[in-house]
Design a binder for this molecule. Structure first.
Ligand code: SF4
Length: 77
């Protein structure tokens, strides 16, 4: 079985650029305040969601392994 991820968006950082929605349309939604939310915070490991996190201009998207809480993105130093 593949990894399961917990995806979070830090709304104090999100600037509503919508890049994550374009990169991973199934992974993120913008609300009426143009704040991004994960479509489903608990998701199977997914390259598009990882790409969205990597490409967010303000690094507002965090991904951890569900269960252990180990950082997937941003990676721990
Ligand atoms: S890419 Fe980052 S800043 Fe842009 S909407 Fe998504 S979470 Fe917000």
């Amino acid at each position: 079985m593949g990894d399961r991820w917990l995806v979070e968006v830090d709304r104090s950082l999100c600037i509503g650029s919508a890049q994550c929605v374009h990169t991973a349309p199934e992974g993120f939604r913008l609300d009426t305040a143009r704040q991004s939310h994960p479509a489903d915070p608990e998701t199977d490991a997914n390259e598009k969601i990882l790409a969205a996190a990597e490409n967010c201009p303000v690094e507002a998207i965090m991904i951890r392994l569900l269960g252990s809480g180990e950082a997937v993105f941003p990676p721990e130093e």
